[in-house]
Write a protein that binds this ligand. Structure first.
Ligand code: NAD
Ligand code: ZN
Length: 348
């Protein structure tokens, strides 16, 4: 039935269901999208398995999914920038567009951000979904819907590498070879990084990173972060200019600080425990900057340009594909840590 809208709803921790919901009409400035591909992110899995991430708690049923691309099927009032039939990548966070952070151009810090599948806001793992037109980016014919969905994690890499100051010749340590570590590696390469080393505790993830272009890989085996930092220094011939931490593991953050050269920068992408003990005096007296990053801001156009021009190839990141009807199976696989990026296709 045309008005049926199969949707993946997280009712509460551990309770994910597929149900038909009514199709919503686009509000002013919005477009209605017939959803194409939606990637599963670690956060979707975490809300399912734990019911919360930090202060974001699933208190009411929430639709999952935020790494997405779809086709415009209806225009809301006042929309002139898109037309029916356009394929678009959906930037999942829509800020208030009014506050001082929005006006400064740092809308990722907006206190009134409505971000797909971050409670209490619904995501877009469904057949149909409505979104603000100005947070939808038209895909050129040669960029696929899957690549459109992957612009979401890629944007995290674009933002982190910019905050880290990765440039031509940079020597970079990336801790953690999950999807986020990998998009950072791809972005750092595109920005001209000369040499990249990636760490992980999982050899298969490291092998994948190597196949995707990491110059060096190191399996972390020591519990002592200084020992790991020394191993990194040995492989790289010196300390690195930049560390992009993408595991969130406290020992890995410590390693990142020890492994970074004086005057360098450590960017914290990985989000682990709320309180972490760090060698802060070591960082301080060597003027190693420690910077946080939160998602991304103004990065979708860059991520799209990188993919459209061929500077970055995100296609190999997709290791598994499922139909929307198989969403529970797909989430089960993601939970087991299998594969890298799992994509759910929402077409009928
Ligand atoms: P992931 O769990 O797939 O990858 C993390 C990787 O780190 C895994 O491969 C794991 O084996 C590895 N790891 C664990 N302990 C390690 C250690 N001691 N040293 C080196 N590697 C270690 O997760 P992901 O989807 O790639 O996301 C990575 C992190 O980034 C998560 O913490 C996620 O919450 C965070 N994240 C942050 C933002 C942000 O805006 N700051 C955005 C997206 C994701
Ligand atoms: Zn705002």
């Amino acid at each position: 039935m045309a008005d049926k809208n199969l949707t993946a709803i997280l009712y509460k921790q551990g309770d994910l269901k597929l149900e038909d919901l009514p199709v919503k009409e686009p509000g002013p400035g919005q477009v209605q999208l017939s959803m194409k591909d939606v990637g599963i992110c670690g956060s979707d899995v975490h809300y399912w398995t734990h019911g919360a991430i930090g202060d974001f708690i699933v208190k009411a049923p929430m639709i999952l999914g935020h790494e997405a691309a779809g086709v415009v099927c209806k225009l809301g009032e006042g929309v002139t920038t898109l037309k029916v039939g356009d394929r678009v990548a959906i930037e999942p966070g829509v800020p208030c567009k009014m506050c001082k952070y929005c006006k400064k151009g740092r809308y990722n810090l907006c206190p009134d951000m409505k971000f797909c599948a971050t409670p209490p806001y619904d995501g877009n793992l469904a057949r149909f979904y409505c979104h603000d037109a100005d947070y939808c980016y038209k895909l050129p014919d040669h960029v696929s819907n899957e690549e459109g969905a992957l612009l979401e994690p890629l944007s995290v890499g674009v933002h982190a590498c910019a905050r880290a100051g990765v440039e031509i010749g940079s020597r970079v340590l990336i801790c953690g070879a999950g999807p986020i570590g990998l998009v950072n590696m791809l972005t750092a390469k595109a920005r001209g990084a000369a040499e990249i080393i990636m760490t992980d505790i999982d050899q298969s993830r490291l092998d994948f990173a190597k196949s995707l272009g990491a110059n060096h890989i190191l399996k972390v085996t020591s519990r002592d972060p200084q020992v790991t930092a020394n191993q990194i220094e040995e492989i790289m011939g010196d300390k690195v200019d930049i560390t992009i931490e993408c595991s969130g593991a406290p020992p890995s953050i410590r390693t990142g600080i020890f492994a970074t050269a004086p005057g360098g920068c450590v960017v914290l992408v990985g989000l682990g425990p709320a309180d972490v003990e760090l060698p802060i005096v070591n960082a301080s007296v060597r003027e190693v900057d420690i910077r946080g990053i939160f998602r991304y801001v103004n990065c979708y156009p860059t991520a799209l340009a990188m993919v459209a021009s061929g500077q970055v190839n995100v296609k190999p990141l997709v290791t598994h594909r499922f139909k929307l009807e198989q969403a529970l199976e797909a989430f089960q696989m993601a939970k087991e840590g299998k594969g890298v990026k799992i994509i759910i296709n929402c077409e009928k």
